[in-house]
Design a protein around this ligand. Structure first.
Ligand SMILES: [Zn+2]
Ligand SMILES: [Zn+2]
Length: 119
């Protein structure tokens, strides 16, 4: 008679992987196209790890679309729209990452860093 172990160690597995997952798949409605999409447990965990408290408002497809619109099709995430401006300090042509307002001085990067160092 030979006793064979049946190779089941499920109880051990449960003990080892025993951190509770309290995230559950959620059905959300896209605010752009109205489609119902799943905000799954994995994404919820990811959101929480990032410190986001809001649920996504848009379905993945619309999120992609918006991203593409915002950054153009080149896919450079760090690329921001730049506005032409004239430095209030040295009069040089420059570009700033925000829209220059009337009455607010705009500095080129050189003068800007000098200003910051000056204080
Ligand atoms: Zn959508
Ligand atoms: Zn300048």
């Amino acid at each position: 008679m030979y006793s064979s172990s049946d190779g089941r160690n499920s109880s051990q597995l449960l003990e080892e992987g025993g951190h509770p997952l309290d995230f559950q798949d959620k059905e959300l409605q896209c605010s752009d196209c109205g489609v119902t999409f799943t905000f799954n447990a994995e994404e919820q965990e990811f959101f929480q790890s990032k410190g986001y408290t809001n649920e996504p408002k848009r379905c993945p497809a619309c999120r992609e679309t918006r991203k593409a619109e915002r950054y153009g099709d080149s896919g450079y995430r760090s690329r921001r729209q730049m506005f032409p401006a004239v430095c209030a300090q040295c009069g040089k042509d420059t570009e700033v990452p925000f829209e220059p307002r009337e009455g607010r001085p705009v500095y080129c990067s050189e003068c800007y860093s000098k200003q910051r160092l000056g204080r």
